[in-house]
Design a protein around this ligand. Structure first.
Ligand code: UDP
Ligand code: MG
Length: 325
C-alpha cells in the first residue's frame, strides 16, 4: 500500500431536492472534513451532486456550493429527468477517472453517513472492492413501504436474481469495480442486480435507516412498482420458462379432458357442458393474453437494448478538474 491517501467522491443523485440539499451539503461537508482530518481520505475528496433534471432550485444550489468551494462540491446537470438509476450511473461513470473510490448515497441522507468510516476502512484494510450499506432495521419506514420493499426482495430471490437483502444504492465502490460497471451497457438499468454480478471481494456494513428530514419521497407507489418490474424483467427469464411450463401443463390437462369426454360419450352420457366450454374459453383466452404480454415485455426490452440509446446526457459538469494529477 502506498502512503498516498485515497481520494473519495460521494455521489448524490438529486431530483427536486431543494428542501433537503442545504442540510445534506452541510452534513456531508462536515463528514468529509472529519474524514480528511482523521487521515482516512485525501483532502482532494469531495461530493458530486447529480441533478436529475430537477424543476426546482436544485441546480442553482449545486452551482452555488461549487462556486463557494470548488474542491469539495462538484455538480453534474442532466439534460432531463432520467430516473434515479441513470442519474446515479452517470455520477459514478463520470467521476470514476477523477477519484479512487466512490460512495453513492441518496440526497435525503436516510442512509447513515456515519458508516462512511467503516466502509472506507473495509476497502483499505480488508481489500473489499465493494462495500454494501445494509439496513439492519426499518423502523422509520411506514409499514406499507416496509412490506412492499420486503415483498420485492423476496420475489426477486424467488425468481433467482442475486441481490443483497435490504441494500439500496448506498455503497462504496473502488476503481476496479467502477471500470467493470462501465462494461455493462444495458439501457434497462437496475444497479442492485448488476453490482453482485461484477464479482470482486465485497463487504457489508449495517446501519439503521433514518427518516427523510425534509421534502417528500420521490418514489411513489407507481414508480416503485415500475422499478420492481424493471428489476425482475431485466434480470430473470424465469417468467418465460414459467409460461412454457404452464402451457405444457394446460395442454396435458386438455388431453386428459378429451379422453374423459370420449369415455363419457361411448358409455352413453352425452356431454351437455355449455358452461364449461365457455369458462375454459375465457380462461385460456386470458392466459394466452397474459402470456403474450409477458413475452412482449421481454421483446420490448430487446427493442430498447438493440437501439443502444445513451442512458443520459450531461448538460453541465462543474468539477474542479484542474485539481487532478
Ligand atoms: N431521484 C432521482 N431521480 C428520480 C427520482 C429520485 O435522482 O427520478 C433521487 C432522489 O433525489 C433521491 C434518491 O433518488 O436522492 C432516492 O429517492 P427518494 O429518497 O425519494 O426515495 P425513497 O427513499 O423514498 O425510496
Ligand atoms: Mg429516501
Amino acid at each position: 500500500m502506498t502512503d498516498e491517501l485515497l481520494k473519495l467522491a460521494v455521489v448524490v443523485p438529486c431530483y427536486n431536492e431543494e428542501e433537503v440539499l442545504p442540510e445534506t451539503a452541510k452534513r456531508l461537508k462536515k463528514k468529509i472534513n472529519r474524514l480528511v482530518s482523521e487521515k482516512l481520505i485525501s483532502e482532494k475528496s469531495g461530493i458530486v451532486f447529480v441533478d436529475d433534471g430537477s424543476k426546482d432550485k436544485t441546480w442553482e444550489l449545486i452551482s452555488a456550493y461549487h462556486e463557494e468551494n470548488p474542491v469539495l462540491f462538484g455538480g453534474i446537470k442532466l439534460s432531463k429527468n432520467r430516473g434515479h438509476q441513470n442519474a446515479l450511473l452517470c455520477g459514478l461513470l463520470t467521476i470514476k477517472d477523477h477519484c479512487d473510490v466512490t460512495i453513492s448515497i441518496d440526497a435525503d441522507l436516510q442512509d447513515d453517513i456515519e458508516i462512511f468510516d467503516n466502509m472506507i476502512k473495509k476497502h483499505i484494510n480488508e481489500g473489499c472492492e465493494i462495500v454494501y450499506g445494509v439496513r439492519s432495521e426499518r423502523k422509520t419506514d411506514t409499514a406499507f413501504k416496509r412490506i412492499t420493499a420486503q415483498g420485492f426482495y423476496s420475489i426477486m430471490r424467488l425468481l433467482g436474481v442475486d441481490i443483497v437483502y435490504n441494500h439500496a444504492d448506498f455503497r462504496l465502490m473502488g476503481k476496479m469495480s467502477l471500470n467493470a460497471l462501465c462494461e455493462y451497457r444495458e439501457v434497462n438499468l437496475f444497479l442492485r442486480g448488476i453490482i453482485p454480478l461484477l464479482g470482486f471481494k465485497t463487504g457489508v456494513e449495517y446501519y439503521a435507516r433514518l427518516e427523510r428530514f425534509a421534502g417528500t419521497s420521490k418514489y411513489p407507489l407507481k414508480k416503485m412498482l415500475a422499478f420492481s418490474f424493471q428489476g425482475i424483467t431485466s434480470f430473470s427469464t424465469r417468467p418465460i420458462r414459467f409460461i412454457t411450463n404452464l402451457g405444457g401443463m394446460i395442454f396435458s390437462i386438455s388431453i386428459i379432458m378429451i379422453i374423459y369426454f370420449f369415455v363419457r360419450h361411448f358409455t352413453g352420457h352425452t356431454v351437455t357442458g355449455w358452461s364449461s366450454t365457455i369458462v375454459s374459453l375465457w380462461a385460456i383466452g386470458g392466459l394466452i393474453l397474459f402470456s403474450i404480454g409477458v413475452v412482449g415485455e421481454y421483446i420490448g426490452k430487446i427493442y430498447l437494448e438493440a437501439k443502444q440509446r445513451p442512458r443520459y446526457q450531461i448538460e453541465q459538469f462543474l468539477y474542479n478538474t484542474g485539481n487532478i494529477e
